[in-house]
Design a protein around this ligand. Structure first.
Ligand code: KIV
Length: 324
């Protein structure tokens, strides 16, 4: 087996490609280029990912941390996730949309799990993802029986942050590594169409990948997986406070955004914005009528400005441009 990233995939223009399905993702085990998954949480993010030609968009519960400002992923609910899935679904055209089941949405009963998975599908997801190994098998079976494709997620499972004692690499000892292989085999046998491997040594990821008949998608799991996933904000440098070892930044959008907004602020304060190109004007006729050519009771001076401002369509900030 060679590392799946040995021949890096080139993004294909999404407009020419057919929508990807869960069975098509499952069929990529052992064939085709490595799978590419990124997270997205809103319509513009989904359009960017889709146009870049990714295979799968994961509406991850990482939204809690990278968008909503929480310290972990435990704070988001099914309603929160459905809100973001719906936004992504409105922006996406080709990539498979996977909705992340949040903490406690699949822990209580199979019935509740299926209902919550269905809520994400109704919001626009074409598959769901849940964290955990063999103890989740009844939930996986329930979701599969409801005809909803399920993606597994083992290794560093962020929803277990308190049980794990922090966000720590998993499977470092032989027993733990074997348990991960057994978990993956069981999840695949129960019907998962793909499995995320997060935060595990590459040797363990390789063992898992070779042991299961479904694609593994790695994050912090080395090159031996059948695909790779990164979080949108990490990949694009929108998040610049932490840089985990496994992240590669392909852009510095946070820095670019700060520069852009600072330039806007400078322009406003210096009277350079808006300029002529960014300004609406009345036609000469209307202007004459307003500013006093003697017909139709035209208004002049301050009265004209007051009338303009009063229609609510333009600001009421006085006659002089704020260019000082
Ligand atoms: O929520 C998420 O972003 C994830 C990925 C890290 C796989 O689960």
């Amino acid at each position: 087996m060679t590392p799946r990233q040995a021949t890096p995939p080139r993004a294909q223009p999404s407009r020419q490609a057919k929508p990807l399905t869960a069975p098509a993702v499952r069929a990529r085990k052992g064939s085709g280029p490595p799978l590419v998954m990124v997270t997205a949480y809103d319509a513009p993010g989904a359009r960017i990912a889709d146009e870049a030609g990714v295979d799968i968009i994961l509406v991850g519960d990482s939204v809690a941390m990278v968008v909503l400002g929480y310290d972990d992923t435990l704070q988001v609910t099914v309603d929160d996730m459905a809100h973001h899935v719906a936004a992504v679904a409105r922006g996406q055209q080709r990539a498979l949309i996977v909705g992340d089941l949040p903490w406690m949405s699949y822990h209580v009963s199979v019935e509740e799990t299926v209902r919550n998975a269905a809520a994400l599908v109704r919001a626009g997801a074409q598959a769901v993802k849940l964290e955990g190994g063999r103890k989740r098998l009844p939930m996986v079976r329930g979701i599969v029986d409801a005809e909803i494709p399920v993606m597994g997620h083992i290794g560093l499972t962020p929803q277990s942050v308190h049980a794990m004692g922090g966000f720590k690499v998993q499977g470092r000892q032989a027993d733990a590594a074997r348990a991960l292989v057994d978990d993956a085999i069981a999840l695949a046998a129960e019907g998962c169409f793909a499995i995320v491997l997060e935060g595990v040594p590459d040797e363990v990821a390789r063992l898992v990948t070779e042991a299961v008949p479904v694609p593994t998608i790695g994050i912090g799991a080395g090159p031996w997986c059948d695909g790779q996933v990164l979080v949108f904000h990490d990949l694009l440098g929108l998040e610049d406070r932490v840089l985990p070892k496994f992240v590669r930044r392909y852009a510095s959008l946070k820095a670019d955004a700060v520069d852009a907004i600072a330039a806007f602020a400078d322009d406003v304060r210096a009277g350079r914005f808006p300029g002529e190109d960014e300004t609406y004007h009345l036609t000469d006729d209307v202007l004459r009528a307003l500013t006093g050519d003697g017909t139709n009771g035209a208004l002049t001076g301050d009265r004209a400005i007051g009338a303009l401002a009063g229609d609510g369509a333009i600001g009421a900030h006085g006659a002089e441009p704020r260019t000082a």
